[in-house]
Design a protein around this ligand. Structure first.
Ligand SMILES: Cc1ncc(COP(=O)(O)O)c(C=O)c1O
Length: 385
């Protein structure tokens, strides 16, 4: 092992810390606009322990490969994936969506994709990368995909339909059961982007919230993206693409002669086992019950936030489906700037004329009590209140 020159080390870390101090951190509670999270302490520890593993060359790390299999088994159970299914570890929602569209294109040899305005911008990257053509539908008054409009767009050139289960902007859920029926009848690939909602919707259903089914229980669902570095309470970068039929992975596999496996599927080659070990550790620590409690507590804070915003005289774009709140404003860009000056990180959604608050697990009612006066002041300064 390389010996460490203590003097040099101290100097470098002094410099690193000086840069780090300029960053916002999740633990401050002042990041209200991110879907990522302060990783669970268990995730931190596991991450560091598995830093040198490379799951791109699995025979070098059979133990870490087993962790990956067990983690995928957890996700399979969560999403009611059938025995025929397989999970592909990805870096997050973007790579999950790219991989799903890659499979859909390979299987169908077609190029057009039906999605709605609330689809994540990663689908624009996909269109450019893979020469696919998105057919973007306007939303209903509920900010979800319009099924009547969707049906009109179905024709022979469609490679896939995208359903969003937890939209980036408002957390809304497309009518996945209807999409599943249509796609199943028409033999069209249906990808569900549950990058955010995958770790929320199953627990909302258990908590008796009125949210639609979105997973493999629906026979038309082909693939689902779900991210551990969002509501999975784990470290960046980790997502999973669950695939209904394991053999579909062959369509995105290449021979990998100089490493320990004959074929490699997916986009990445070398990939760290650290985020996989971290995500697995969190699932084992929390279990389904732990995630359910976390979602319950996020929803309590969401409902409290809604109440506090309404008391201030502000209105919401739509009643929150999950722990994301869109606050209607005339000048969202100016409000975000003012809030930033006051130490808060919030995102604007110009298209919907709102700011978006994401109530992740580290956001407490106490933090909301600190945030509301800052928001009030920001609104007064730009003439919103
Ligand atoms: C619904 C949805 N899909 C995909 C993504 C992309 O995820 P990532 O940034 O982890 O690649 C996001 C990110 O916010 C998202 O909200």
């Amino acid at each position: 092992m390389a010996s460490i020159n203590k003097k040099k080390e101290k100097k470098i870390f002094k410099e690193l810390v000086s840069f780090q101090q300029r960053d916002f951190c999740f633990s401050s509670g002042h990041i209200l606009g991110s879907m990522c999270t302060q990783p669970h302490p268990i995730a931190r520890e596991a991450y560091i322990q598995f830093l040198e593993t490379n799951l791109g060359d699995p025979e070098l790390c059979p133990g870490t490969k087993e962790i990956e299999s067990r983690f995928i088994a957890f996700i399979s159970k969560l999403l009611h994936a059938p025995k025929t299914s397989e999970g592909q570890i990805v870096s997050g929602g973007t790579e999950g969506n790219i991989t799903a569209m890659w499979i859909a294109k390979q299987l169908s040899r077609k190029k057009e994709v039906i999605l709605s305005e609330n689809a994540h911008f990663s689908f624009q990257k996909i269109a450019s990368l893979m020469n696919m053509k998105p057919i973007e539908l306007p939303l209903t008054s509920e900010y979800i995909m319009d099924i009547t409009k969707m049906k009109k767009e179905i024709h022979k050139g469609i490679a896939a339909v995208i359903g969003i289960a937890g939209s980036t902007e408002l957390g809304t859920i497309d009518p996945i059961p209807e999409l599943s029926d249509i796609c199943s009848d028409e033999h069209i690939f249906l990808h569900v982007d549950a990058a955010f909602g995958g770790f929320v919707i199953p627990f909302l259903r258990e908590l008796h919230y009125n949210v639609p089914q979105f997973d493999f229980k629906l026979k038309g669902v082909s693939t689902i993206s779900i991210d551990s570095h969002k509501m999975g309470y784990s470290a960046i970068p980790l997502g999973t693409l669950m695939i209904r039929q394991k053999h579909w992975l062959e369509s995105i596999s290449v021979e990998s002669p100089y490493i320990s496996c004959e074929k490699q599927a997916g986009i990445l080659g070398t990939r760290s086992g650290a985020p996989v070990a971290a995500a697995y550790a969190v699932t084992q620590y929390l279990g389904f019950q732990g995630y359910k409690s976390m979602v319950e507590s996020c929803m309590n804070v969401t409902n409290y936030t809604k109440k506090r915003l309404e008391e201030l005289g502000l209105s919401l774009v739509i009643r929150p489906t999950m722990n994301i709140v869109g606050v209607k404003l005339k000048k969202p860009g100016q409000i975000v700037k003012k809030l930033s000056e006051k130490g808060w990180r919030v995102n604007k959604v110009e298209r919907l004329s709102c700011i978006r608050l994401v109530l992740m697990s580290q956001i407490t009612k106490k933090i909301i009590d600190e945030f509301i006066p800052s928001l009030k002041k920001a609104c007064e300064e730009v003439g919103e209140l």
